[in-house]
Design a protein around this ligand. Structure first.
Ligand code: FAD
Ligand code: NAP
Length: 546
């Protein structure tokens, strides 16, 4: 491994979709770049999450980059919802095609970044002892990259193997003949449980909160449909950027409460059969803002569960009742509910009888002990702020990001945070990020940062920093928009509720992509309203040769 240079224009942390595009975009500006990535190769989410059944839940043809027409035309997805291996192949193809690994040091975590006020640069340190000075620090560290272990006593005493979906072994896991315990029924659990159940001797699912999930209706892509989409790729990509969630979904005009029962049922049926994540959420215009309207969607899903699951008690246990539909990220599945009709699957409700310990031979709840040979933690992530708060980030006047965000993240546009000049967070808290097709959000953020850096360089400015006033106003706006919805009523990871002690703040921006993008563009067009600049200091005079 070659040593990274001591001085670069920009350090990019992370080599998932965001980090890779940042390399491509900043390189075109002529910047020297050093990348660091904790994983052994590119891919981010798709490098780490190799659990059985892992797929995207935004359609493959939309869950891909749009920045290169050639890339769009030459890559062909095989399925409506691509598997993790296919997405990882795509990421590798992009890295090869645009020569993006060149400046990245893998298996290296950034452990600290400190703003040097005299030099107006970031001093960046890694767990391998590298030290790099950079004008810009781009955190492409992901919203869902900090895997979260559950707080359960006795984990270390377990005699079998424990796996986390977000840290899955590359060689795969053979569950044949094993009794497997799966803890967690979010998207990762819901995707993996049906696949594990087909292989294992027995699967016991430990469910704390049943989630809403809809059938993905995954299928091979029709070559004719691919050709048609590619033929109007530019137009389609533009429509995606202009849509609320970064995918083209017709905007609902009706209230769920203003139509009769038959019309409501028909609309939900259409949405359910569409096999899309946003179809049900966008079936009516008030599902996410009105509890009564929301109840109609929730009850529709519960009725579908009762249709599939043969044992009425199990169906009821699987029926979400403690949060409004859509306020925790809903899931797309393949045969999730039907899996509970299998003889080798048991569902345990750990809301009523919590897990008290992992023992050498299994999982103990308040009332029972379940013998298992292997355990899968599908327990999610310390989302959005986790990866940003893990390294020691220190800004102006010795202020640390951890202290600044002690009561919740504070950003301007989700992309900058006051007192941390030239520090950019790609899809950071306060931006649409996890509420939308993340590929659209990533490209929008990286492009904005690229334009901002070009602006600074054209004017010989050393640094840009958000003002506290602009940041306060943005945080207020993010909260105000969230409070118009039902989202803050759920104990979701959007709210930080899955991490004990984490401040309860609705972290993403729910105002939609078009409104957000317009705001970012207007800020830039208004000479970066809400930011201050520092001029570059005069260059040191050349030493005299006489
Ligand atoms: P990541 O892919 O998370 O990459 C960040 C990288 O930064 C990681 O590789 C990490 O190792 C590295 N890193 C973090 N901190 C450091 C550090 N200090 N030093 C060095 N390296 C560091 N979104 C969608 O829109 N549609 C989907 O269908 C979808 N499916 C998903 C499925 C799963 C299983 C998961 C977990 C998430 C999914 N997401 C989906 C969200 C997904 O995370 C994003 O779509 C996207 O992949 C994020 O890319 P990224 O580059 O921003 O972050
Ligand atoms: P998650 O949605 O946070 O789900 C974690 C699950 O583990 C929840 O059911 C949670 O219960 C449970 N849990 C956590 N700690 C527990 C404990 N101590 N005891 C019992 N249960 C516990 O995490 P995820 O499934 O990994 O998904 C995270 C996000 O990644 C998704 O929302 C999505 O954005 C993305 N993702 C997408 C896909 C896809 O389909 N493309 C797949 C995977 C992930 P509670 O709900 O009660 O906290």
């Amino acid at each position: 491994m070659t040593e990274p240079p001591a001085h670069v224009d920009a350090v990019v942390v992370g080599a998932g979709f965001a980090g890779l595009y940042a390399h491509h975009r900043l390189r075109r500006l002529g910047l020297s770049i050093q990348g660091f990535e904790g994983a052994a190769d590119v891919g981010g989410t798709w490098w780490w999450n190799r659990y059985p059944g892992a797929r995207c839940d935004v359609e493959s043809m939309d869950y891909s980059y749009s920045f290169s027409d050639e890339l769009e035309q030459e890559w062909t997805w095989s399925e409506r919802y691509a598997t993790q291996p296919e997405i990882l192949r795509y990421v590798n193809h992009v890295a090869d095609r645009f020569d993006l690994r060149r400046d990245i040091q893998f298996e290296t975590r950034v452990t600290a970044a400190t703003w040097d006020e005299d030099a107006q640069r970031w001093d960046i340190v890694t767990d391998r002892g590298d030290r790099v000075s950079a004008q810009f620090c781009i955190m492409a560290t992901g919203c869902l990259s900090e895997a979260k272990q559950p707080e359960i006593d006795g984990i270390d005493t377990f005699g079998g193997e424990i796996f986390h979906t977000g840290r899955w072994p590359h060689e795969g896991v053979d569950f044949s003949g094993l009794r497997v315990g799966v803890i967690g029924t979010g998207s990762s659990g819901i995707q993996s449980i049906p696949v594990i159940a087909r292989q294992a001797a027995h699967v016991t699912v430990f469910q704390r909160t049943p989630n809403f999930t809809m059938p993905a209706k995954n299928a091979p892509l029709d070559p004719e449909a691919i050709r048609a989409r590619k033929a109007r790729a530019r137009e389609h990509r533009q429509a995606m950027r202009e849509s609320r969630a970064g995918v083209v979904v017709p905007m609902p005009e009706d209230s769920a409460l203003r139509v009769d029962d038959e019309a409501r049922e028909a609309q939900f049926e259409k949405a359910w059969e569409s096999g899309t994540l946003y179809g049900m959420v966008a079936a009516f215009n008030d599902l996410l803002v009105d509890r009564d309207a929301n109840d109609t969607a929730a009850e529709y899903v519960r009725a579908r569960i009762r249709e599939v699951v043969e044992d009425p008690e199990v169906a009821e246990r699987l029926s979400p009742r403690n949060h409004p539909f859509g306020t925790k990220r809903p899931c797309l599945d393949t045969e999730y509910y039907a899996t509970y009709n299998r003889d080798n699957v048991t569902l345990v409700d750990v809301r009523s009888t919590p897990i008290v310990a992992i023992t050498p031979t299994g999982i103990r709840t308040e009332t029972d002990e379940f013998a298992v040979d292997a355990i899968v933690f599908a327990t999610g992530f310390d989302a959005m702020t986790g990866p940003l708060l893990r390294p020691d980030i220190t800004g102006v006047g010795g202020m640390t990001l951890r202290d600044k965000w002690a009561d919740g993240p504070r950003t301007y546009l989700g992309i900058a945070t006051a007192g941390f000049p030239n520090f950019f967070t790609i899809t950071g808290p306060g931006s649409p990020s996890v509420l939308v097709n993340m590929l659209v959000a990533i490209e929008q953020h990286v492009d904005w940062v690229g334009d901002c850096i070009a602006y600074l360089r054209a004017r010989h400015l050393a640094s840009i920093d958000a003002t506290v006033e602009a940041e306060d106003a943005w945080v207020d706006h993010v909260n105000a928009v969230a409070n118009l919805t039902l989202f803050p009523t759920a104990n979701s990871w959007y709210m930080g509720a899955n991490v004990p002690g984490k401040p309860r703040v609705f972290m993403p921006y729910i105002g939609g992509l078009p409104r957000y993008t317009e705001t970012c563009d207007a800020v830039a067009a208004d000479d970066y309203r809400g930011f201050t600049f520092s001029p570059a200091s005069a260059p040191e005079p050349e030493p005299s040769r006489s």
